[in-house]
Design a protein around this ligand. Structure first.
Ligand code: HEC
Length: 144
């Protein structure tokens, strides 16, 4: 309920009609993924070239130069939704802040993360999300 309230407040403040527009995540769901296959897809698609994953020490080492300082998984202040992860994977430039993190973007201002639209299957996407979801741990601010 709090989420919905926040959504309406933001929509009102921004002068938007409502929260149910076509870019809303309402109704979004992924097929059940398999974390073990997700780990295989992570290596097969070479995600490890730029990312380490919290709690998964046996991935091949990152090779990207300059290094990409984005570790996936680990402590987060709120639950990562499947929708957030999917957006990060298939549309990596959707919410990037180049001024804050110049090392994350290429010269054209886009994410350095490759476009997987032509190479990733939906099955791999669902499996990757299942794999990564297992690695995130919600820790409220102030908690150890
Ligand atoms: C060439 C480097 C590179 C490769 C390869 C790469 N990424 Fe990324 N990734 C990035 C960068 C840079 C960011 C941070 C900026 C952004 O969000 O685009 C990022 C961000 C992310 C995020 C969001 C992290 C967060 O906490 O906001 C996820 C999830 C992610 N990548 C998953 C993947 C997966 C899955 C693959 C393989 C299919 C992959 N990445 C391959 C560079 C890469």
């Amino acid at each position: 309920m709090r989420r919905l309230g926040g959504c309406i407040a933001i929509a009102l403040a921004a002068g938007l009609p409502a929260c149910g527009g076509r870019h809303s995540s309402a109704g979004f769901s992924l097929p059940q993924g398999d974390p073990a296959r997700g780990k295989e897809a992570f290596v097969a698609l070479k995600c490890h070239q730029c990312h380490t994953v919290d709690g998964v020490p046996d991935l091949p080492s990152p090779t990207a130069e300059p290094r990409v300082p984005v570790t996936l998984g680990g402590r987060v202040p709120h639950v990562k939704t499947d929708g957030e992860l999917v957006a990060s994977i298939i549309d990596p430039s959707h919410r990037i802040a180049p001024t804050l993190h110049p090392e994350l973007v290429s010269r054209d201002g886009k994410s350095r993360m490759p476009d997987y639209a032509e190479v990733m299957t939906v099955r791999q996407l669902a499996d990757l999300v299942a794999f990564l979801q297992e690695r995130y741990r919600v820790v409220r601010p102030g908690q150890p």
